[in-house]
Write a protein that binds this ligand. Structure first.
Ligand SMILES: Nc1ncnc2c1ncn2[C@@H]1O[C@H](COP(=O)(O)OP(=O)(O)OP(=O)(O)O)[C@@H](O)[C@H]1O
Length: 299
């Protein structure tokens, strides 16, 4: 069953900015990663899911309720972490958490306490004096503290967190997933997507370029082979015979991304004297760059 349904939405801000004819869904109990370079349209999509803005065309629903028209009704089932949180700076962290809990009509702050412990957060200071990471932790506590929220919408949840806390966050997602929650999260962190998500939706220039199971994406990764020959002339001759290979003049080593053509690669290489061979699997990050495009790969 699809909990979140996004169907052909367009929000056109002009000059090719916004999102265009985007469709995907998030199934019950699934963790879906929403990936894309800066400005690709992730936040614009998420804000439409939250019902903050209305699409120019297309429709969005959560549990069969229209995201814009029935936003208030949907809120009770949602935990939300915005990309940029509008804090009330004069409040302390704890006052803010209590304020959000009150809006959600929550009485029991037991889960919030657990989360503060998990993220080693002391919320007693004023928000305006808190670091970016501490504020992010407050946002996480607010998004996850309602045990009745079965759907979590998270916009770059680990931005500002250090690696230890990013790890805690991955553990948190995995434990929420075990509880059967449905989760959509945008991210730039490939590792966290790889460790938590069932599927990934990839957006670029406002257009969806792929929606794929993480396992399938992993299978699609290629091997990166660095093969060293006895002499540069051999490397040069091999590189000429295997167009996928990259070769620097005068070097003995050749680097190539190899997939299904591995047999051909090895047969061609074996025509020369090989002195070393190094094989590694492409990281998911390198693999995603292929969807991101060359410009993003260079930046
Ligand atoms: N209210 C708005 N008015 C005009 N343009 C907007 C508005 N909101 C977003 N945009 C533009 O739409 C595009 C998509 O922005 P969006 O914030 O959705 O990207 P994103 O994928 O979340 O990026 P990031 O990873 O940087 O957060 C950008 O070019 C942005 O400048």
């Amino acid at each position: 069953m699809n909990v979140i349904e996004i169907s052909h939405i367009t929000k056109d801000y002009g000059q090719n900015r916004g999102v265009f004819d985007v469709s995907f869904s998030v199934k019950q109990g699934e963790v879906l990663g929403f990936l894309g370079p800066n400005g690709a349209g992730k936040t614009t999509t998420i804000r439409q899911i939250m019902g903050f803005i209305k699409p120019d065309s297309g429709s969005l629903s959560i549990l069969d309720m229209d995201c814009f028209k029935e936003a208030d009704k949907i809120q009770t089932s949602l935990g939300y972490l915005p990309g940029e949180i509008a804090f009330i700076d004069s409040m302390t962290g704890m006052e803010f958490i209590r304020f959000v809990a009150k809006m959600k009509k929550m009485r029991d702050l037991g889960r919030a306490q657990e989360l503060m412990k998990m993220f080693e957060l002391n919320p007693s200071g004023k928000l305006k004096k808190m670091s970016k990471g501490m504020k992010q932790k407050i946002g996480i506590v607010c998004a996850f503290m309602n045990p009745l929220a079965s759907i979590l919408i998270l916009d770059e949840p680990t931005s500002g967190l250090d690696p230890l806390m990013q790890n805690r966050f991955v553990e948190l997602i995995l434990s929420e997933k075990k509880k059967g929650k449905t989760i959509l999260m945008s991210s730039h962190m490939f590792e966290e997507i790889e460790r938590t998500c069932d599927r990934a939706a990839i957006i670029r220039d406002g257009r969806l370029v792929a929606v794929e199971e993480i396992e399938r994406l992993k299978e699609g990764r290629q091997k990166v082979i660095v093969i060293t020959f006895r002499e540069p002339a051999m490397a040069e001759a091999f590189a000429a015979a295997f167009p996928e290979a990259s070769y620097q003049a005068g070097e003995k080593a050749v680097t190539a991304k190899v997939g299904k053509n591995i047999d051909l690669f090895l047969k061609k290489a074996s025509a020369y004297t090989i002195t070393d061979l190094d094989v590694r699997t492409q990281s998911l990050e390198e693999f995603f760059m292929h969807f991101y495009g060359e410009e993003a790969a260079r930046s």
